[in-house]
Design a protein around this ligand. Sequence first.
Ligand SMILES: NC(=O)c1ccc[n+]([C@@H]2O[C@H](COP(=O)([O-])OP(=O)(O)OC[C@H]3O[C@@H](n4cnc5c(N)ncnc54)[C@H](O)[C@@H]3O)[C@@H](O)[C@H]2O)c1
Length: 254
Amino acid sequence: MGKLDGKVAIVTGAASGMGKAIAELYAKEGAKVVVVDLNLEGAETVVKEIKDNGGESKAVKVNVADVEDINNMVDTAVQEYGTLDILVNNAGIMDGMEPVGNIDDKKWDLIFDINTKGVMRAMRKVLPIFLEKGKGVIVNTISTGGLNGSHAGVTYTASKHAVVGITKNTGFMYANQGIRCNGIAPGAVETNIGSTMKNLDEFGSNRQQLTGNLVPRIGKPEEIANVALFLASDEASFVNGTVVTADGGWTSAF
Ligand SMILES: NC(=O)c1ccc[n+]([C@@H]2O[C@H](COP(=O)([O-])OP(=O)(O)OC[C@H]3O[C@@H](n4cnc5c(N)ncnc54)[C@H](O)[C@@H]3O)[C@@H](O)[C@H]2O)c1
């Protein structure tokens, strides 16, 4: 018996990295998984892998920065599978390590629209479904950068700190309605997120490197997926409104 048997889950940013690992593990544990990404081809490849392994899955092309796409994502999941039990807000991009003196408004807005506003909008859209059912689980892939000051530039850091706030606020607000909302703070993990780091800021990168040098090892996406499985499962029934760090011991240093 799987830990998520009969559940319906949405995983954003699931064509690659941690989202892909989470989608695959959830499907292996019995969930029907809506694989959401801007990269439809990548999402379809993940769906094919899930189906080849006997799971149920559907790909949906979504830009999490677009409110219509977000609403369509949730409507599609419900149309396809009749309900929704789990939302994993995982899609995200990095900044270019810019400190506050070097960030421009356009880049700030783009990163916040994806990393922060997209998370709020997806949560807002699933809330009525979860409230009607009297249960539901939200898992947000945040970052150790959401808990500490120098794991990225100012924009990524602030965008992820905001998601810590959204997670804690939601965990408490709906605690008596059967809804749990938690986050994961991964340290450095081997994914494709480096491809979103364009025009690296030299000053900011050098400052960030001071803490980066202490990373004990780079984690695997599957190690984060295991945490996401725990948080989505009934085993985490008393875990709500918190952020689980999974960084191999990195941030215990400071
Ligand atoms: N890799 C790390 O070291 C690390 C550490 C801490 C936190 N994180 C966070 O983990 C999450 C997953 O990242 P990853 O490292 O697996 O990266 P990744 O680049 O391998 O995967 C991210 C996925 O999100 C998708 N995506 C990007 N923008 C999108 C948008 N606007 N709409 C829909 N999909 C979009 C990408 O196409 C990609 O498939 C992110 O929120 C990231 O901030 C990563």
